[in-house]
Write a protein that binds this ligand. Structure first.
Ligand code: ADP
Length: 637
């Protein structure tokens, strides 16, 4: 645009200057013609006077002529030798002086004296252009001198040509000013907003939705910028919302993954860990090491790596069957470090949204050590029960057979002994069957009716039952019940069973010379924390103690420490029954134990409050457990 403007303006200016020049040349030609005519006219009038040497008349005539026209700038008369003898506007004195100073006219080189034709030339003076006319003064063929007249150019022509020139320059300058202004305007009003828009669009394209354009413009560009800003704002809001939702979803998922009991490890198709939850860290002993971003095969226990590598490669390559893909692949692996444990690992491929390509592999890890242990304990228990059932049954059968077949041949003592043995074996059978029945009854949702129980009574009954046994084993069995203990809210038969099981265990696991003690005392009740006062019951012994790692497990069904050591007989149900019963009393059994020092089992029972069970009175009990059952109030769900 600038180049076009330049060309156009140059052409226009050129044309104008050419026109001005033509006008000026015309004017000069006019001036020349006018000068020559004027010179000739003046010369023809003055020549006779000069010939007569009538200088006064020459001066007078010249003055008149000079003052009658503004076209003549000067008039100079010189004699044939070229000496000036008169000039206007030079003063008289100057002419006089000129006589002394001897002024000479300087004639142009091509001036011909003998020609009748005047010589005309133009020359520039500080006061503008002057047309010099040199006219030879001739009288009857005699050369008298020269008349030089300076003629001012035609003022209208000068003025008009000057005006034209000035206008052209003004037009030229104004065109350029316009061009420059236009360019600046363009840069400010169009180029800048468009550049800004372009930058904004690029930023948006790279995902920077915070981009805004701040240009106070009106019109279409202003509207465009407004719409752009609106779009950016909407995108930003949308993004924020999306991010919020995603973060919330992610947090939800992460919480879920971190709180599930199973271990979860997510790896990508290069087997680099993407996510791992605390359970998995614990199972694989990854606590303290940052496995995220590392190849899982470098960190898994070697037993696991050995089992999984092949399948992992297959899944990552998408080479698994559809069924396997759906259900995942399951492994059971025994780890030896840090403690022996069994884990079940499930590998599932993570597919993309179209379920076409594998994006990663989800590894679910379950610690099934307990399950395995419990299963083993159960099998052990079943074989124990079978064994324990078979032994007394076999004994009973053989004794009764012997009595039946050879009864007459046996002495009275022998027969009694046989019967006693059979009876004892029947008791053992009953105990076993009772334990199993008790537990299954406790584990069903049956509701028991609680009543005030004076804790001294079941304790004393237990002592009576086990005193003989203790004395046989050489163990001291004693009680220490706080005097005036208030009755507790409980179930007499169940509590009796708790005491029987705990004391039975204590006697079983205590060496001769040891001591088994039952204590009960009122707990200092804190009115802020306990609504009801509580009685604490402790059964302690000086027996073999329980290893810390077994202390949780012994309450499980079928769990027996000696399953591993195979020493003392038992069903492994006693403590399960105890825990169940105490739970029914809305309390928990605790234990403190040290191997080789002894064990104390303790639990708290609520003191009976009148308003809670208003109907029942404290019951006095000292009959055997079998007859107790009839008086216990039992509610069945
Ligand atoms: P069991 O009928 O075999 O005694 P329990 O459930 O009563 O079954 O006890 C589970 C295991 O807890 C026992 O096998 C024993 O190893 C351990 N145990 C229970 N009480 C004691 C105790 N007072 N001292 C040492 N070990 C005990």
């Amino acid at each position: 645009m600038a180049a076009a403007t330049l060309v156009v303006s140059l052409i226009m200016s050129g044309l104008t200057f050419w026109a001005v020049n033509t006008i000026q040349q015309d004017a000069r030609m006019n001036d020349t013609r006018f000068g020559r005519d004027l010179g000739l006219l003046l010369a023809s009038n003055v020549a006779p006077l000069i010939a007569e040497d009538n200088l006064t008349e020459v001066a007078r005539f010249s003055h008149r002529f000079y003052s009658s026209t503004s076209s003549v700038r000067y008039m100079i008369y010189a004699d044939e030798a070229g000496q000036i003898f008169f000039g206007i506007p030079f003063s008289e004195s100057e002419v006089q002086n000129s006589l002394t100073i001897q002024r000479w006219i300087e004639l142009p080189e091509d001036y011909a004296k003998n020609s009748e034709v005047p010589m005309v030339r133009q020359h520039l003076t500080p006061d503008g252009e002057v047309t010099d006319v040199f006219v030879p003064l001739m009288q009857e063929g005699k050369y008298l001198g020269v008349l030089a007249i300076g003629i001012n150019p035609n003022p209208t022509v000068v003025a008009s040509s000057n005006l034209t020139r000035d206008v052209t320059i003004a037009v030229f300058i104004s065109i350029w000013v316009m061009v420059i202004l236009g360019a600046v305007f363009n840069a400010l009003m169009i180029t800048k907003p468009i550049q800004e828009l372009l930058r904004g669009v690029k930023n948006i394209a790279t995902g920077n939705f915070k981009q805004r354009i701040d240009l106070p413009l009106k019109g279409e560009l202003g509207e465009l910028i407004f719409s752009f800003n609106e779009m950016a704002e909407r995108l930003e809001r949308y993004e924020e919302q999306n991010i919020e939702e995603l973060t919330a979803e992610k947090a939800k998922l992460e919480t879920l993954v971190s709180t599930i009991a199973d271990g979860a490890v997510l790896i990508d198709t290069n087997f680099d860990v993407v996510l791992v939850n605390p359970t998995a860290r614990r199972i694989f002993s990854w606590e303290g090491t940052d496995v995220v971003g590392e190849n899982v095969l470098h960190h898994l226990p070697s037993a696991v790596t050995m089992e999984l590598t092949r399948s992992l490669y297959q899944i990552a390559a998408g080479q698994t069957s559809a069924e396997r893909e759906r259900e995942g692949e399951e492994f059971r692996i025994t780890l030896n470090e840090p403690t022996p444990r069994t884990v079940r690992i499930l590998l599932t491929s993570v597919l993309d949204q179209y379920r076409e390509s594998v994006k990663g592999i989800a590894m679910t890890v379950q610690d099934i050590t307990r399950e395995v242990e419990l299963n083993e304990a159960k099998s052990q228990f079943i074989s124990n029960v079978s064994h324990e059932l078979r032994t007394p049954l076999f004994n009973i059968k053989s004794f009764i057979e012997t009595l039946h077949e050879y009864g007459e041949d046996l002495s009275e003592t022998e027969r009694r002994e046989f019967l006693e043995t059979a009876n004892r074996e029947t008791d053992r059978l009953t105990r076993l069957v009772n334990d199993v029945l008790d537990l299954s009854r406790l584990e069903s949702c049956r509701l028991y009716h609680f009543e005030p129980v004076d804790i001294v009574q079941p304790v004393e009954q237990t002592l009576r039952t086990y005193q003989l046994n203790a004395r046989d084993k050489g163990i001291e069995l004693a009680q220490d019940i706080a005097p005036d203990l208030p009755p507790v809210l409980g179930h007499y038969d169940l509590l009796l069973q708790v005491f029987a099981n705990l004391v039975g265990n204590s006697l079983k696991f205590t060496e001769p010379g040891g001591r088994v003690m039952i204590r009960a005392y009122l707990l200092e009740s804190d009115p802020h924390h306990h609504e009801t006062a509580q009685v604490r019951v402790e059964i302690s012994d000086t027996g073999i103690g329980i290893d810390a790692e077994d202390q949780e497990a012994i309450f499980d069904r079928f769990f027996r420490v000696e399953n591993r050591v195979h020493t003392l007989e038992g069903t492994g149900l006693g403590l399960s029954i105890v825990r169940n019963i105490i739970q029914k009393h809305h309390s928990r059994v605790h234990l403190v134990s040290e191997v080789g020092v002894g064990t104390t089992f303790w639990f708290d029972l609520d003191v009976f409050k009148e308003k809670k069970t208003p109907v029942n009175q404290p019951l006095k009990r000292d009959s055997s457990p079998s007859t107790e059952a009839t008086s216990a109030t039992v509610s069945v769900p």
